[in-house]
Design a protein around this ligand. Sequence first.
Ligand code: PLP
Length: 383
Amino acid sequence: MSSRIYLSSPHMGTLERRYVEDAFASNWIAPLGPHVDAFQEEFARCVGSPHALALSSGTAALHLALQLVGVGPGDDVLVSTLTFSASVNPIRYLGASPVFIDSERTSWNMDPALLEEELATRARAGRLPRAVIVVHLYGQSADLDPLLAACDRYGVPVVEDAAEALGSSYKGRAPGTFGRVGIYSFNGNKILTTSGGGMLVSSDGELIQHALKLATQARDAAPHYQHSEIGYNYRLSNVLAAIGRGQLLVLEDRVLARRANHAFYAKAFADLPGIAFMPEAPWGRHTRWLTTLTIDPEAFGADRETVRTALEKENIEARPVWKPMHLQPVFASFDRRRGSVSEELFERGLCLPSGSNLTSQELERVVEVVRAVARNPVRRTGS
Ligand SMILES: *Cc1c(COP(=O)(O)O)cnc(C)c1O
């Protein structure tokens, strides 16, 4: 059987290993050190934020972000329903409740009209949320201007989950830098990886200082160990920051490679009925972190699961689009505003292998399987 084609696998550049060797040579094998400082500075410059704090994961960054904007027990937090569970879990860590907002069709991200409706309804009832988490999905920014305007109108802070959107733009700027706090992820399948890691950015230096303190077990400034609040062990290792510095140097290459994958698939499937790629919204650059499409089973002749299982049989990893959070058993009891767009995207959506290190032969293998299903469609009911 041919070797496995992964959805999105790590892709090292040339300097990562040298930086890691430097960490060893200097014995900075700790969750602090010169590579952590340099990674933070270089990352901040890369996204155009005055401050950045390296953390052990994107989830840890979001947990701190929510705490820093004041989310606590009993609060409500509005969040995109079409996302990965890590966007929502930290709301629950803090004893707050998520309220799920559906997607629009231009970028598949949070619908500004629905957010405005939800905020207006809540303002009238005196039940404004403590924060709104805007997620930027699959390498593309949400429509930030109207989302931020709605939140501004009601004085609700915005936390941006840009875990999937490093390298993308919104009107020339990096998503993640528009809200009060933004977070990024360097998990193994993201566009850049440190094997595991995250970053928190904000233009508020005091907020970042407080985040650093919380991430370091909340030690007060005292010669002995003294604590006046509850802290976490959330800092990034100097060894992993060394990997991150090398990765940051190849970000633009990685974006271009992923966009080229998308262009390849788009051309290869141009004549197939019933296939529609995730749109690239007019407001910025989509990195195509994952190439994602929807399959209309009537027009295509087979549904998404048929295509996915045909790929799996050929040892090719493809995944359904995120299952909306309002459909997840663990979040079923929480409120939502609509949900049919995200439900349709889940039912029909498929993420194709999208790594920046895919070869043209591997891309061809994916294309052949999808085209074979199109030639010999299997009709199925339901998914
Ligand atoms: C990956 C991801 C996260 C979590 O990041 P980790 O570094 O894996 O903790 C959060 N939100 C979204 C949308 C993600 O895709």
